[in-house]
Design a protein around this ligand. Structure first.
Ligand SMILES: [Zn+2]
Length: 79
């Protein structure tokens, strides 16, 4: 099963908390290995979670999630 970027964004907090089942976590890892945008997003989430203590992206309003998605899709490391 291939995850979309939006699905990865929705799963990433659970992924960071270790709350996903192993099959889903493996799908997230597989996506992150291939998708620089989501890898960057994950790293940002780690920093933010460390700074704030906790964060739950699922509580963000959809426009904010869409904004984040647009931001990291536009991000091109090393260019
Ligand atoms: Zn992605």
């Amino acid at each position: 099963m291939a995850l979309s970027c939006k699905q990865v964004v929705e799963l990433v907090t659970d992924y960071l908390e270790g709350a996903l089942d192993e099959a889903t976590a493996a799908d997230v890892r597989a996506h992150l290995a291939l998708c620089d945008g989501c890898e960057t997003y994950l790293q940002q989430m780690r920093h933010t979670a460390a700074a704030l203590g906790e964060i739950d992206v699922e509580t963000l309003p959809d426009p904010v999630q869409e904004e984040l998605l647009a931001a990291f899709r536009a991000y091109r490391p090393g260019q």
